[in-house]
Ligand binder design. Structure first.
Ligand SMILES: Nc1nc2c(ncn2[C@@H]2O[C@H](COP(=O)(O)OP(=O)(O)OP(=O)(O)O)[C@@H](O)[C@H]2O)c(=O)[nH]1
Ligand SMILES: [Mg+2]
Length: 131
C-alpha cells in the first residue's frame, strides 16, 4: 500500500493534520487527536481484510503514534456477525504493542454499546497520559 502524505499544521490551534491516500480515491484526513474510534461492520466477513488494510493505513501515520484505539464491532445484532475474539484475530490486534486498544461490541441501530465505547476510550486516554 502506497501512502502519499501531506503534512500541514494549523498554527492557531496547533493541531497536526495529515491526509493519507489509502488507495486510489480513498483519502482520509487524520487530526492530532486523543483517541481513534474505528468502526467495523462485524457482519461483513468478505471485507474484513479490506477494513484491516484501512485501519493499518491510518495507524501508520505519524500523528497516530501511541494514540489509543477503540474498535467498534458494530452490527452485533446480526446472527452471523463476527464476535470480538474473531475480530481481534482478523485485525491482528495483538500486533499492536505500542498503543492501548480494545474492542467494544455495538448495535448502532439500538444504541447498544455506544456509551461503553466512549467510557472505554476515556479510560484508555487516561491510562496513556499517565505514561
Ligand atoms: N443490523 C444492523 N444494521 C446496522 C447497524 N448499524 C448500521 N446498520 C445499518 O447498516 C446500513 C449501512 O451499512 P454500512 O455497512 O454502514 O454501509 P454500506 O452502505 O454497506 O456501505 P459500505 O459497507 O461502506 O460499502 C444502514 O442501513 C444501517 O441502518 C447495526 O448495528 N445493526
Ligand atoms: Mg457495509
Amino acid at each position: 500500500m502506497k501512502t502519499k502524505r501531506t503534512e500541514m499544521t494549523v498554527p492557531t490551534i496547533g493541531f497536526n493534520v495529515e491526509t493519507i491516500t489509502l488507495c486510489k480515491g480513498m483519502d482520509v484526513t487524520v487530526w492530532d487527536v486523543g483517541g481513534l474510534f474505528f468502526i467495523i461492520d462485524s457482519n461483513d466477513r468478505e471485507r474484513v481484510a479490506e477494513a484491516k488494510e484501512a485501519l493499518y493505513g491510518i495507524l501508520e501515520s505519524e500523528s497516530m503514534a501511541n494514540v489509543p484505539l477503540v474498535v467498534i464491532a458494530n452490527k452485533q445484532d446480526l446472527p452471523n456477525a463476527m464476535g470480538p475474539i474473531e475480530l481481534e484475530k482478523a485485525l491482528d490486534l495483538s500486533s499492536l504493542t505500542d498503543r492501548k486498544w480494545m474492542i467494544q461490541k455495538t448495535c448502532a441501530i439500538k444504541g447498544d454499546g455506544l456509551t461503553e465505547a466512549m467510557k472505554e476510550m476515556a479510560r484508555l486516554i487516561k491510562e496513556q497520559n499517565k505514561k
